[in-house]
Structure formats: structure tokens, C-alpha cells
Design a protein around this ligand. Structure first.
Ligand SMILES: [Zn+2]
Length: 158
């Protein structure tokens, strides 16, 4: 495994060490614990249709008091779960949230666009995959040999 990925994996393991991936694991439970640690609620919402149509599948938008995690709803439950875990990965790594503003509808208006670096994307993805395997969740790629499975193998997750 390349050194850079090994280091990334170590950083993920450190973060995971502070997480309680209790059995039975649930994404909702993880959100609740994370929200408690951060002292800010995390609200999950399906992505607005326009955003989903633009090819985005997940977003983390932070307002002054709440973290919103948006996910593409028109997909399989496993993929949806993976999208949420990926966004939680950004939160856990402390990447910058997209700034949002409360607008009275219960769903914030996002200001600007996401601008994560490739490295931040890899960090979030690696963490999401490691949470999955630690929690014993099946991979989202349709089992062994699926696209995601192969990607994870390439990234040294499994
Ligand atoms: Zn991302």
C-alpha cells in the first residue's frame, strides 16, 4: 500500500477510535452521537431535486446552529447510507461545511458551492468505507466484485 494511503488510513483509524460504532449500528444512531459530541443537531434531508439533477449526490450544509446532511433519495438504501456516511466523513475530518442560511422552510439555502479538494474527498470516502466495514455493513457496490468493492480494495480499505 502506498505510504500516503497508509497515513490516511491511520488518520481514519484515529478518528474511528473516538467513535462508538455500537452494535447494532445505525447511521441515525451515529448522527445522534456525533451531534451530541459537537453540540449541534445534524438533520438529514433528501437533496432538493434541482441539486440532484445537477449530479450532486450528497452535501453538508452548516448554518449557525445546525448541520444539514443532504442525500440523493432516488437511489438504493445502501447507496443512500453510504452518501450520508461520506458526508459524516467530511464532518469528522473537520472539512469546511458549505455555509447555509436558515430561510424559514426548515431547509437552509446553501450559499456558494462545495469546493473540497481531491484529498478531502478521499479522506471522507475512506472514512465512510471504514465505518461500513467496522460496523459490519454490506458494501454498497452490490457485494464482492462490485464497483465500489473494487475501489475500496484499491484504496486498501478491505
Ligand atoms: Zn465529498
Amino acid at each position: 500500500m502506498p505510504f500516503r494511503q497508509l497515513k490516511l488510513r491511520r488518520r481514519c483509524e484515529t478518528i474511528l477510535g473516538h467513535l462508538d460504532l455500537t452494535d447494532p449500528f445505525s447511521v441515525d444512531g451515529l448522527c445522534a452521537r456525533l451531534a451530541e459530541q459537537r453540540g449541534r443537531p445534524i438533520r438529514l434531508h433528501p437533496l432538493p431535486k434541482e441539486a440532484a439533477e445537477s449530479g450532486v449526490c450528497g452535501l453538508w450544509v452548516g448554518t449557525s446552529s445546525v448541520d444539514y446532511v443532504f442525500y440523493e433519495a432516488q437511489t438504493s438504501p445502501l447507496h443512500r447510507e453510504h452518501i450520508v456516511l461520506h458526508e459524516l466523513g467530511h464532518i469528522l475530518f473537520g472539512h469546511n461545511a458549505l455555509e447555509g442560511e436558515e430561510n424559514g422552510t426548515g431547509i437552509p439555502a446553501a450559499l456558494g458551492r462545495t469546493n473540497y479538494t481531491t484529498r478531502q474527498e478521499q479522506e471522507a470516502e475512506m472514512l465512510a468505507s471504514m465505518i461500513r466495514s467496522r460496523a459490519g455493513l454490506p458494501g454498497p457496490g452490490g457485494g464482492p466484485g462490485g464497483t465500489l468493492e473494487r475501489l475500496e480494495t484499491a484504496m486498501g480499505v478491505r
